[in-house]
Write a protein that binds this ligand. Structure first.
Ligand code: ARG
Length: 565
């Protein structure tokens, strides 16, 4: 924080020899706080300024007209260190008291640029399983983070709504159920038909022929086949919609794979024209040997198109429709090769935005051994994980606070929040082993811990009532623990920007835990509401800022912030 201001001052102190941008880029946060809040390593300028780093540091320090936040500077070897003034920091913080928490304090660097985010992208007729948790919550968090920074995010649910499996399902429904029954039941019923199909098809290969014929009818737009498909979609979307509501996730577009049925031919023509298509056993592929990749299969020998063909058409469609600045794909790392191939093919085609496509990969989520039995013995449905987390949260709340009325609502916030948090705690690429007990611990690095701290601030504010900054004695929050909280509060925007830049929502999650920890350390040593009016006003102000900032951080990652717990 305050890098820009300090860089401007240093650039001026250099008499124009250094630009503010290069100084800002060089500034570092020292590992130890006794070395200051920011440090400028002057080694980087030795060449251009033709001076020894300690000399540069000394000269800059002497000529530096410090802004109010810098209490003092110190030259240490080739470093110029800056120490912030606690009082000035409190003053800066006060300016944010009534800010708009829904957008970056400085408006952010988005400038309305569009970022397409392809996330969640569930498959029709399959229940939402735990493998879709990460893409959904990481994508949704990035969506909110980009919006906060002034970008225009476009959330795209690239539905898996095309493929031979729908022919199989029609056969299964016709044999063992009927369309009305399916419509009235849920996604699990649909899945059980699919499972049964596979079992029976092992001994009866004619089923596959029937399924192929039915899929062909879907492809040809046949009325009956389409009616079946529509019911599959209806049942799936109803179920998925409930989960999205619980996770507070929204999309701007549900254009899925089938949407591109009529949009692939122009792309295939272009590939042909550019001489990129090669025939291989009757199939059309783009060879990628020069980039050490297997060929990208685009049209099968029977004329059927593939997942990759649809993604090429989708890329062109999105570029034309949204004129995006970046197009992100929040998809598991298992699809690394798919996206590498896709982006390379697009580049070879001369697709203008090939360099602005990005695969935002993440690791696998699994459950701790024995923590849940599943219907199929293999797949873990997300709705069941959420229900179980809510159920456990309810038990805990029941123990802690048996008298409270809105237990259901709190249990839902805490249980769902704990699950969301667990998927947003680590760097994306890490595999996660999910444990109910760990994520619902109220004293760990968990959602309930942050939610509890938020509620603690809310409770202090209820007790203390309105506060008046004019009457606040800021010394009461300038103890070591207090200043730590103030500095942390002022670095919220940095955390959000860094999360956007690295596509790592965990930076916001970790920030929230850090702020909660720092505030709780302060809280243990200092009474918020006391006889001392000046101290009470300052500490209520601090509690207010912590509450609002935690609320904003939790909001960005999609977790409710309860007023009491
Ligand atoms: N439906 C796919 C799956 O569940 C993910 C789709 C990702 N998006 C894309 N444009 N390929 O694996």
């Amino acid at each position: 924080m305050f890098e820009k201001e300090i860089a401007n001052g240093i650039a001026a102190a250099s008499g124009g020899a250094l630009t503010a941008a290069e100084v800002a880029a060089a500034l570092e946060i020292p590992k130890e706080s006794k070395l200051g809040d920011l440090a400028l390593p002057c080694f980087k300028f030795a060449r251009s300024l033709r001076k020894a780093p300690p000399v540069i540091a000394k000269e800059l320090a002497d000529a530096f007209v410090a802004p109010d936040i810098v209490e003092r500077t110190e030259v240490s070897g080739g470093y110029l260190n800056f120490f912030f003034s606690a009082r000035a920091l409190c003053g800066r913080l006060a300016a944010y008291k009534d800010r708009d928490w829904s957008r970056a304090a400085d408006g952010g660097d988005g400038n309305g640029r569009t970022v397409c985010i392809d996330f969640s992208s569930v498959n029709i007729a399959k229940p939402f399983h735990i493998g879709h948790l990460s893409t959904t919550v990481i994508g949704a968090a990035l969506y909110r983070i980009f919006a906060y920074l002034g970008y225009k995010p476009v959330g795209i649910n690239h539905l898996g709504d095309w493929g031979t499996q729908f022919g199989k399902l029609i056969v299964a429904v016709k044999k063992w159920s009927d369309i009305e029954e399916v419509r009235g039941k849920d996604e699990y019923f649909l899945n059980s038909l699919y499972v049964r199909y596979h079992k029976e098809a092992e001994s009866d290969p004619t089923l596959d022929d029937e399924a192929r014929a039915w899929f062909k009818r879907i492809e040809d737009g046949d009325k009956e086949a389409t009616a079946y498909f529509d019911v599959f979609k209806e049942v799936t979307m109803r179920a998925v919609g409930k989960i999205y509501d619980r996770l507070k996730v929204k999309f701007d577009s549900y254009a899925g794979e089938s949407f591109y049925n009529d949009k692939m031919q122009p792309c295939l023509d272009l590939l042909e024209e550019k001489g990129l298509l090669t025939l291989s056993d009757g199939a059309k592929v783009v060879r990628l040997d020069d980039w050490d990749m297997p060929p990208c299969l685009l049209v099968k020998a029977d004329g059927a198109t593939l997942y990759a063909t649809r993604d090429i058409a989708a890329a062109y469609y999105r570029a034309k429709t949204y004129d995006f600045y970046k197009c992100l794909y929040v998809v598991a790392y298992q699809q690394n090769l798919h996206f590498k191939q896709l982006f390379k093919v697009l580049e070879l085609m001369g697709f203008e935005k090939a360099a602005d496509m990005e695969h935002v990969a993440f690791g696998m989520v699994s459950l701790e051994e024995g923590s849940m039995s599943t219907r199929s013995g293999r797949v873990v449905w997300l709705a069941e994980v959420l229900d179980k987390a809510v159920e456990k949260a309810r038990q805990i709340i029941e123990e802690k606070n048996p008298g409270r009325e809105d237990k259901d609502a709190i249990a839902e916030s805490v249980g769902v929040g704990a699950v969301v948090f667990s998927a947003l705690w680590n760097n994306r690429i890490k595999d996660i082993v999910f444990s109910f007990d760990k994520v619902l611990n109220f004293d760990g690095e968990t959602a309930p811990y942050v939610q509890y701290t938020h509620a603690r601030c809310a409770s202090a504010l209820r007790k203390g009532g309105e506060f008046d900054l004019e009457k606040a004695d800021m010394d009461a929050i300038c103890s070591e623990e207090g200043v730590d909280v103030v500095k942390c509060l002022l670095s919220f925007e940095d955390a959000v920007s860094a999360a956007a830049k690295t596509r790592e929502p965990c930076m916001v999650t970790r920030y929230a835990v850090e702020l909660a920890e720092k505030f709780n350390r302060f809280y243990i040593g200092h009474r918020i509401v006391s006889e001392d009016e000046g101290a009470t006003n300052a500490r209520l102000f601090l509690a207010h800022m912590v509450k609002m900032t935690l609320g904003a951080a939790l909001g960005l990652i999609g977790i409710n912030a309860p007023e009491s717990m």
